[in-house]
Design a protein around this ligand. Structure first.
Ligand SMILES: Nc1nc2c([nH]c(=O)n2[C@H]2C[C@H](O)[C@@H](COP(=O)(O)OP(=O)(O)OP(=O)(O)O)O2)c(=O)[nH]1
Length: 147
């Protein structure tokens, strides 16, 4: 575990590892960013910044409704190396830490708002897309959990 106090967290981000089944996941959804230009074309976990006074779970539900127009059931977190108050996270860039939760779509037909492509990736396809660099260790952790 990295001591979060040693590296001040200025912003919390939440990301969804969207899978087909929470207990027996076989595919992972990756989404391609369109903005900002520095990140466009990079693949990521749908999600975004947690607003002031918003819970991580509420932020994730809000982001997935905004970005993909879906509702989800949340599953376990993908345990990361940074200790947060009541969770763990993954370092993105200085001052940004992302909590990642498994999620399963319960309602909605995906409508892309902030992304221009999504792909469902099998374990063998996980590295077929150029993930944002900070996401690679997270993908590694998820690979071990896919069937
Ligand atoms: N959502 C998301 N952001 C990621 C991932 N990996 C990664 O490095 N990031 C970075 C990109 C951004 O600098 C930051 C999250 O910002 P964001 O643009 O997704 O947040 P947001 O939806 O709330 O957007 P905004 O309101 O600030 O425009 O974290 C990831 O897998 N998902």
């Amino acid at each position: 575990m990295t001591d979060a106090a040693a590296q001040p967290i200025t912003r919390l981000v939440v990301g969804a590892a969207i899978v087909d089944d929470l207990t027996h996941p076989t595919v992972l959804l990756a989404a391609r960013r369109t903005a900002p230009s520095a990140l466009a074309g990079g693949w990521e976990f749908p999600g975004g910044k947690v607003e002031h006074d918003e819970s991580l779970e509420a932020a994730l539900h809000r982001e997935l409704a905004e970005e993909l127009d879906v509702t989800v059931e949340l599953g376990a977190q993908v345990t990361g190396p940074v200790a947060l108050d009541d969770a763990t996270g993954w370092p993105l860039k200085p001052g940004f830490v992302m909590q990642v939760r498994f999620a399963r779509i319960t309602t909605g037909t995906m409508r892309l708002v902030d992304h221009d492509q999504v792909r469902w990736l099998t374990p063998a396809q996980l590295y077929d897309v150029p993930w944002l660099p900070a996401d690679l260790p997270i993908v590694d952790a998820i690979r071990a959990l896919l069937h």
